[in-house]
Design a protein around this ligand. Sequence first.
Ligand SMILES: Nc1nc2c(ncn2[C@@H]2O[C@H](COP(=O)(O)OP(=O)(O)O)[C@@H](O)[C@H]2O)c(=O)[nH]1
Ligand SMILES: [Mg+2]
Length: 399
Amino acid sequence: MEPIFIILVVLALAVGTGTFLFLNRSSGGRGPELEPPSRGGVLAPPRSEGGVAVEDRPASDAAGPAVLDREPTVVEPEVVEPEVVEPEVVEPEVVEPEVVAPPRRPSFRERLAKARATFAGFLGRSKIDEETWDELEEALIRADLGVGPATELLEQLRTRVKDEGLETGEQLVEALKVEMKSRLASHDRSLRMDNGRTNVWLFVGVNGVGKTTTIGKLGRRQVAEGHSVVMAAGDTFRAAAAEQLETWAERAGADIVRGAEGADPSAIIFDAIEAAAARGADLVLADTAGRLHTKSNLMEELRKVRRVADKDPGHVTEVLLVIDATTGQNGLVQARQFTEATEVTGVVLTKLDGSAKGGIVFAIHTELGIPVKLVGLGETAEDLVDFDPDEFVEGLLAV
Ligand SMILES: Nc1nc2c(ncn2[C@@H]2O[C@H](COP(=O)(O)OP(=O)(O)O)[C@@H](O)[C@H]2O)c(=O)[nH]1
Ligand SMILES: [Mg+2]
C-alpha cells in the first residue's frame, strides 16, 4: 500500500503545481521583466514605498526582476517564420570607356558668356532709337570701357549711322563691331624672342592677378614650341609662391631656379639667367612679387629687377604686365604705376572667362597705349591664348 500512497502524493503535487501555473498565466499577470521601464531614467524622481523613499537607482534596475519577488513567468518563445528574401538581381553596370579629348584651345565666344550678357539688352533691339542708344551706353559703361572710350565710341557710331543711313539693330551691331575692331587693330602682339640670346620675359603685376599661373601656361607652350625654358621664382614673399611655380615647371617640362623665402628677387632672377645661359636655354620666364615684406617700394624693387635682368648674359625682351580683368578700371590705375617703373611691353589680361568687364581691353589700349598680347580664359594650361581682337569682338557681341 505504501508505494501507491507515495505515487498518489506525487500526482497530487503535480496537478497542484500545474493548476497554479495555469491560473497564474490565464489571470493575465505578466512577468515584471515585460513591464515598460519607468520613464525618466536617472532623472526620475525618487519613488516612495510604504512611506519610505526608495533610494535612487537606475530605472532599468527599478523595473527589473530583482525588485519583485514574484515567480518569473514562463514565456513561450514566439515562432518567427524566417523571412524569404528574394535575391536582388543586380544589372551589371556598363562602364563606357572614358574618352579623353585632346587639349583644345578655348574659344573667346565660349568663354566670354559673362561679358556678353552685359550686351544682351542692346543686342535684342531691332531698330535704332533712343532706347537702343541708352542700352548701348549702359552696356559699355558696365563692361568697364571707361567713360572716355565709351563716349568716343558712341560718337563715332552715331556719325557712322547717319552717314551710312543705318536703320536696323543688326546694322548697328555690325557697325559697332567694325569700330571696336579698328580700335584694337593697330598693335604688334607678337612676343619678342631674339635668336642666340638668353631672352628674359619679366612678369609684373599686383598680388593674385595670375602671374605665376600665366608663367606656367606660357612655359608649357614655349616648351611645346621647342624652346628651352628656365623659370625664375622671383616672388620670394612666401615659400608657397616658389612651390606653386615649381609645380608648373614640372608640368611644363621647364627648369626652375628658386631661392629661400625673403631672398633678394633680383639675385634669384640673375642666378636663373646665368643657369639658362650656361645650359644654352633661350628663355627665362621670371616671376616677381606683387607685394613686399619690407616697407621698401615695390616699384623701386621692380626697377632693380629689370636692370639686373638686362645685364649680360640676360636680355629682357618682354615685360608683361598681368592684369585681372575682373578688377576693371582699378586694374588700370595699378597698370600706370607698373608701366612707369618697368617699361611694360605688353599686357596679359587674365580671368576674362569670369569677367563681365571685358571692355577693359579698350581702356588698356587707348589709355595705356600698350597691346594686350595674351588673355587668360581659364585656369588650366590650355587656357592662355593669343589676344585676337576680331575673335574677341565677335565673342563679345555674338547674338
Ligand atoms: N578663371 C581664371 N582664373 C585664373 C586665370 N589666371 C589665373 N587664375 C587664378 O587666379 C588665382 C591667382 O593666380 P596666381 O597665378 O597665383 O596669381 P599671382 O599672385 O599674380 O601669381 C589662381 O587661383 C589662378 O588659378 C584665368 O585666366 N582664369
Ligand atoms: Mg604668384
